[in-house]
Design a protein around this ligand. Structure first.
Ligand SMILES: *Cc1c(COP(=O)(O)O)cnc(C)c1O
Length: 949
């Protein structure tokens, strides 16, 4: 046996376990199990055509060689992306630490207080700097955040402005080009008319519902947003502002001028550019819109003992859960990056950030002055970090690239230069020397930086920021390291135990896949760098596209969407463009089975489609007759079916080919939600079942860690007829010949995170991928068999098998007074994170172990579940005082002098033998969601401050 084979590190069960597992399931071989699970008509007949797998060691030199092909130039391009300094203490203790990057979205608040605290810091930082009342815990990028701002203002226009019939939205022509392109994508399908114009001169009238500005503008100019907002408000127009977070240290907060929404990226706070992402965008608004905010908001509440506790606020109102009533489809966001950006603010504090902002601003001012000495005209009277000069772009570019320097060249006579945190005085002098060449004159070098008057008086920041303790306490490395560790210890991540979240596929995120993310040759590339520079990226991204195209059995792939939900939206927009190209402008009906994930209907509505829900049959499968009836009924207007396969019920439906045929026969296209791709890779694929497009969640199936709720990558893979429409980018040519406009700000979305999936496929190869799928199915069926008798599985395939996950029914325990959440909370006492709760069926749990979990770990989990089953049996409907209702039990309870519960401390906290060996303590008791929602607090200010208000 080749023990360097990566698959034996990635896959949990040992060869020697297989027999016992198969026996428990009641089959004689793995082949028999797979044959009984996957219908014959959809099985692939040959192996995937992929490169031979590499060992971890081979991959490490391979990816390092590729990184050297990237030409890493000094970058002053700006446009929303800047070189940064990631503090090493944050890199090592968060980015490179599985305690942070392998955590799940903090739905189970009691074992997630650490990252909830870090996200509350992020929200506080954003509300402080923007001067707004509320902020969420991140969106995908600045441009999508701007689109969310537009959508929010559109959604509330009747309620707030009595403008039900108004659909015009003004966009300043000084907004970033990628943002304008993306607004176009999002505006058209929902009937918003974009009007792009000069913000200083435009005559605003009240037939607009909203407007969007860039602060400072794309060319660096600080425009007078104060008077624009006054002007707009006077005619009942709401204003959203895209603001550079670092500039807000020096510029007055837009909230002070009456902005309604403020959005932007926090990339500048220590996050590598990574050729476009991932980075956390922020979204801040007024309290009045708290129920309309996209994404997730962290809020303060109390636990069962009245102690302060955090949790995701208004959780059931996360927009996508409202399905077709939602105004946003955001599910996965950019949590890990938000944690890092928030920690950057904690580390630097207000004084450190002020130092950085001053240095950037003073450097830009010094450069402006020096260039003036060379006779070059600088056209921004007021600026923060970016100057705009009149110079021959071709000549400048030639001289700059000789010195490995990138500027931005908006037209043949204009150059913009954006200064950043890393820029030194010698960098400034290098820039000057480039222009000495261009102008063939000389000037004296810059020696020191001085304060300057580049910020207009009435926009100077006066409002204090980051005054709270947390931003003024951890400025030495020792203190920050311990603060990060203290938070980490409150959180249960994959480095503690299995997280068997159905649909979310929490598998191993191998260290070998993660290591390249720390390499500056990957980190320091600007997404709009000239295309002849990021050669390493080009090779990796092309190869990954080809790998995914092969795996899905399609014709091409776009890596642009940066979450699964964005992939859904992108896929539907591509389908829409296809219909339109054939003159079928009227095709707008989207069929969606009732069991679909909430993002499906939310995405369909964003794509301008009308959702028609189709029924599930009694066994949980799609009701084919109902589907046929609806497909025929709507055949003249049918656009698409969205189908999850294997189904969200954990079953490979054998009727799938018939289903896709029905849709095609009636003029529709088939969208496959690929969240369950972990059950397919190497065994079957969406091309084989007759789908036309699917998204993949690289952060589920393809080993990108969940990051506590992001980053994600949600590429779409498409059949031949859809290839021409794959999404483009206004600056870097990408996508199909008739590409739809941008889905994400960056041409290749979150390129840096794509390295992880590339490595995953490269090291597993065709055989390892197929084996992983088989073992994912083996593991799920093993758990199903072990729990048999204690818990009923809700749905199975025709031969009684689960796919890669299963749903267990907990509704019968209501007779004992036990709800499914009680089981979820009790699992914490046993050291486990709960499986997915109440999706897709209320009162159930969906368990997905993945291939990476060992038999031993699954046995511990099953032992815990069976033990809990006995506790349920012993529970009394009329007496809440039992281990399930009281769960989770904290260390404070166990060590208190008093113990008045009717069961022992051992039963409470050490219910099975194995627990003592690796005890995980939830740090708060059960959180009170309702209390927190009634008293919404979303920053880390002390509660008393709010009580006085
Ligand atoms: C996770 C998931 C999605 C959404 O993906 P995000 O990356 O969170 O946007 C969609 N459908 C299903 C079935 C999922 O499990």
């Amino acid at each position: 046996m080749n023990t360097n084979d990566f698959s034996i590190r990635h896959i949990g069960p040992r060869l020697s376990d297989y027999d016992a597992m198969l026996k428990t399931i009641g089959v004689s071989s793995l082949d028999q199990l797979i044959n009984e699970t996957i219908p014959d008509n959809i099985k692939l007949q040959k192996e995937l055509d992929l490169d031979e797998p590499m060992s971890e060691f081979e991959y490490s030199s391979h990816i390092n060689e590729l990184s050297k092909l990237n030409k890493v130039y000094k970058t002053y391009i700006g446009l929303g992306y800047n070189p940064t300094i990631l503090p090493a203490v944050i890199q090592r203790n968060i980015l490179e630490n599985p305690g942070w990057y392998t955590a799940y979205t903090p739905y189970q608040a009691e074992i997630a207080q650490g990252r909830l605290e870090a996200l509350l810091n992020f929200q506080t930082m954003v509300t402080d700097l923007t001067g707004m009342e509320l902020a969420n815990a991140s969106l995908l990028d600045e441009s999508t955040a701007a689109a969310e701002a537009m959508s929010l203002l559109f959604a509330v226009r009747d309620r707030d402005q009595k403008k039900a019939d108004v659909n015009k939205f003004f966009v300043s022509d000084l907004v970033l080009p990628q943002t304008i392109d993306l607004l176009e994508t999002r505006a058209v399908p929902i009937g918003i008319e974009l009007v792009i114009g000069n913000e200083a001169e435009y005559n605003l009238t009240n037939d607009y519902f909203g407007a969007l500005l860039q602060y400072p503008a794309k060319n660096g100019k600080i425009t007078d947003i104060k008077s624009f907002i006054e002007k707009a408000n006077a005619v009942n127009i709401k204003v959203a502002v895209c603001a550079d977070i670092l500039s807000l240290i020096k510029l007055e907060a837009p909230g002070k001028f009456g902005a309604d929404v403020v959005v932007g990226t926090t990339q500048r706070f220590g996050i590598p550019m990574g050729y476009g992402g991932p980075h956390a965008a922020y979204f801040a608004t007024k309290e009045a819109y708290k129920r309309d905010i996209p994404g997730r908001i962290i809020g303060v509440t109390k636990d069962k003992n009245g102690n302060r506790a955090l949790r995701m606020a208004l959780q059931t109102r996360e927009q996508h859960i409202k399905r077709d009533k939602a105004t946003s489809n955001i599910c996965t966001a950019q949590v890990l990056l938000a944690v890092m950006a928030g920690m950057y603010a904690v580390y630097h504090g207000p004084r450190g950030l002020t130092y950085i902002a001053n240095k950037v601003n003073n450097s830009a001012a010094a450069l402006s002055k020096a260039l003036k000495d060379l006779g070059i005209e600088q056209t921004n009277a007021y600026f923060f970090d970016t100057i705009q000069i009149k110079a021959d772009a071709v000549k400048t570019k030639y001289e700059a690239e000789k010195k490995e320097v990138n500027f931005h060249y908006p037209d043949t006579n204009t150059v913009t230069i954006s200064i950043n945190e890393t820029t030194s005085i010698s960098d400034l002098n290098e820039i000057i020397s480039i222009f000495e060449k261009v102008t063939e004159t000389t000037t004296s070098p810059i020696e020191t930086l001085e304060t300057n008057d580049t910020i207009p008086d009435h926009l100077q920041r006066e409002t204090e920021f980051l005054t709270l303790d947390v931003f003024n306490s951890y400025h030495s490395e020792t203190e920050l390291m311990r603060y990060i560790k203290r938070l980490e210890r409150k959180d249960l991540a994959l480095n503690q135990s299995m997280i068997s979240l159905g649909s979310c596929t929490m598998k191993l995120n191998a260290a070998a896949e993660m290591l390249p993310l720390s390499n500056p040759n990957w980190g320091n590339i600007h997404p709009f760098a000239p295309v002849n520079q990021p050669i390493g990226y080009k090779l990796v991204l092309n190869a990954l596209e080809n790998q995914l195209t092969e795996i899905t059995g399609f014709s091409a792939t776009s890596l642009q969407p940066n979450s699964g939900a964005q992939g859904e939206f992108a896929g539907l927009m591509v389908i829409r463009a296809y219909h339109e190209s054939r003159g079928d402008h009227h095709r707008n009906i989207c069929l969606i089975p009732s069991s679909a994930h909430g993002t499906n209907p939310a995405s369909a509505v964003m794509a301008g489609m009308k959702v028609v829900v189709t029924k599930a049959s009694e066994n949980g499968n799609i009701d084919v007759e109902d589907l046929r009836e609806k497909a025929i009924k709507y055949k003249d207007n049918l656009s698409a079916l969205m189908v999850t396969y294997p189904s969200t019920h954990g079953v490979f439906e054998s009727a799938i080919c018939e289903i896709t045929q029905i849709i095609h026969d009636n003029g529709g296209q088939v969208y496959m939600d690929g969240a369950n791709m972990n059950a397919q890779v190497g065994l079957t694929n969406p091309g084989k079942i007759g789908a036309d497009v699917c998204h993949l969640n690289l952060h589920k199936t393809f080993a990108i860690p969940h990051g506590g709720g992001g980053p994600g990558v949600g590429p779409i893979c498409v059949a031949k007829q859809l290839v021409p429409f794959l999404p483009g980018n206004p600056i870097i040519k990408t996508g199909g010949h008739q590409s739809i406009s941008a889905i994400s700000a960056a041409p290749f979305g979150s390129a840096l995170a794509c390295l992880i999936s590339y490595g995953y496929i490269k090291m597993l190869g065709a055989a390892g991928l197929k084996k992983s799928t088989e073992i994912a199915i083996l593991n799920a069926n093993y758990i199903k068999a072990r729990l048999d008798g204690a818990f009923n599985t809700l749905y199975s395939g025709e031969k009684g098998r689960a796919a890669h996950e299963m749903i267990i029914d907990c509704r019968e325990f209501k007779a004992k007074g036990i709800e499914v959440v009680d089981i979820a909370k009790r699992l914490m006492d046993y050291g486990f994170h709960a499986p997915t709760v109440s999706f897709p069926v209320a009162g159930t749990m969906m368990i997905e172990p993945t291939e990476s979990e060992s038999k031993e770990e699954m046995d511990r989990f099953c032992d815990a579940m069976i033990s809990i089953r006995h506790e349920i049996e012993a529970a009394d409907k009329d007496d809440d005082n039992n281990p399930l209702k009281n769960a989770p039990h904290t260390q404070a309870m166990l060590t208190d002098d008093e113990w008045n519960l009717p069961y022992s401390r051992k039963t409470a906290a050490f219910p099975l033998e194995y627990v003592a060996d690796n005890k995980f303590w939830p740090t708060v008791r059960r959180v009170d969601d309702a209390y927190g929602d009634r008293n919404l607090i979303c920053t880390c200010a002390p509660i008393e401050e709010y009580m006085e208000a």
